[in-house]
Design a protein around this ligand. Structure first.
Ligand code: AMP
Length: 304
């Protein structure tokens, strides 16, 4: 059976991370990087992003070795996108200290012809205008999902609204959901956001797991309890990448597949938190994912 490709557009970045245990600088990150690595465990990925002259070619080559087609990653003149975040001691919240769009400010994505027929699409966290632009170049995708963050909810509300109308699935965290809806209660906020367009909504809640809201009602997936929580950066993108990866691999988004995909997503995201940047996420294999996913199931299954 032919494999379904997953197209991922998002940021590729240098991150400066103020973590409770360590200060890390110039860490290779970005939504496309995390999501592509996570998804590559399940399907062949096509990545669309832009980097500057300062971005290490080795990081792009590493994606290539994982089965990520990097023909859509443009190297532009100028500096790579930068993000600086500071985490609270409990890692539950973070503050953005600086965002520098750099080469993203003038990025006009042009999809390689070989990318235009991509059945599964993840519009990773990036300017909503770029999400729309990429989507307009894809020929009849089967499933389109998107992520976003407070930066775009605050600054690009109107364009984000246009993205929402086109989505089969929106994946956001609880803070973003509340901000988008202007409602604190999660269930009410979910209902409000679903009325903006997406057919399904997944709300990531960090160590408290994730919730799915759709026409079947709601479903909960726990987070895998970790002993070593080092760096949650990219966990949300890894979650979305793995979720879409399993849907594309199964070529289905029916109720059972979707719920199984959520288990895989939660599992893969948990690995991301165990190391700075992509260090831990990049070192796992399908065996370690399956083992941890089985543990996650026993965590909530009451048995007989
Ligand atoms: P997450 O922890 O899953 O929300 O993702 C963190 C990643 O998002 C970091 O690697 C950042 O480089 C990237 N990021 C932060 N702010 C933005 C932004 N405004 N647009 C796109 N990517 C961003």
């Amino acid at each position: 059976m032919a494999q379904n490709h997953l197209l991922i557009v998002g940021s590729m970045a240098f991150d400066d991370l103020d973590l409770p245990t360590v200060e890390a600088r110039d860490v290779v990150g970005g939504s496309a990087t995390y999501a592509s690595i996570a998804a590559s465990h399940f399907v062949p990925v096509r990545a669309v992003a832009v980097v500057g002259g300062d971005f290490p070619q080795a990081a792009i080559d590493d994606l290539g070795k994982r089965g990520v087609d990097c023909a859509g990653i443009e190297r532009a003149e100028g500096k790579t996108f930068r993000w600086w975040g500071r985490y609270a001691k409990d890692l539950c919240s973070r503050t953005t200290l600086d965002t520098q769009l750099n080469v993203f400010a003038d990025f006009k994505p042009k999809l390689p012809d070989s990318f235009k027929k991509s059945p599964y699409v993840l519009l990773g966290n990036i300017h909503p205008a770029l999400q729309l632009d990429v989507l307009s170049q894809i020929d009849k995708p089967r499933l389109v999902a998107a992520d976003t963050m407070n930066f775009w909810i605050e600054g690009e509300r109107k364009l984000l609204g246009q993205v929402l109308e086109k989505l089969d699935l929106l994946v956001v965290n609880d803070e973003e959901l509340r901000q988008l809806a202007g409602i604190h209660n999660l269930k009410r906020a979910a209902r409000a956001v679903l009325s903006m367009g997406p057919k399904r909504l997944v709300v990531k809640r960090g160590e408290f797991g994730a919730l799915l809201f759709d026409s079947d009602g709601s479903f909960f997936v726990p987070a895998y309890p970790l002993e070593d929580e080092i760096d949650p950066t990219g966990a949300g993108d890894s979650f979305a990448g793995a979720l879409l990866g399993v849907l594309a691999q199964s070529d289905s988004a029916d109720r059972a597949t979707f719920r199984r995909a959520l288990h895989a997503a939660s599992t893969v995201a948990s690995f991301c938190v165990e190391g700075v940047g992509t260090k831990r996420l990049g070192g796992i294999d399908s065996g370690s994912i399956q083992k941890r996913q089985a543990e996650l199931r026993t965590l909530v299954h009451p048995g007989d």
